[in-house]
Design a protein around this ligand. Sequence first.
Ligand code: ZN
Ligand code: ZN
Length: 99
Amino acid sequence: MSEPDYDFASDEPCGVHQRHTPKPSGTDLHHVWPKGMGGPDVAANKVPVCATGHQNIHRLLRALVATDGDVKPSFEKRFHPGEQKYARLGFERFKRGSL
Ligand SMILES: [Zn+2]
Ligand SMILES: [Zn+2]
């Protein structure tokens, strides 16, 4: 069984979206550079995020990896700026191999 790349049940508010309607019922701690891609399990590599943002960040990050960072702007624009920011940051950390 593979490990999930997030920790459950953070009490912190969503760190990706500034405003929330409705409020998230809770947040996951997302690893910006995912553990499954070699990312470290340290505080500097984690951000609390609601379930929707979490799913979207991973979706965009997968597309970035598949295209080596060259996703169509029309595709990337469909994501919230906070989701774009953390997907791009995760991709940069993965490519660089460091935080
Ligand atoms: Zn995650
Ligand atoms: Zn959110």
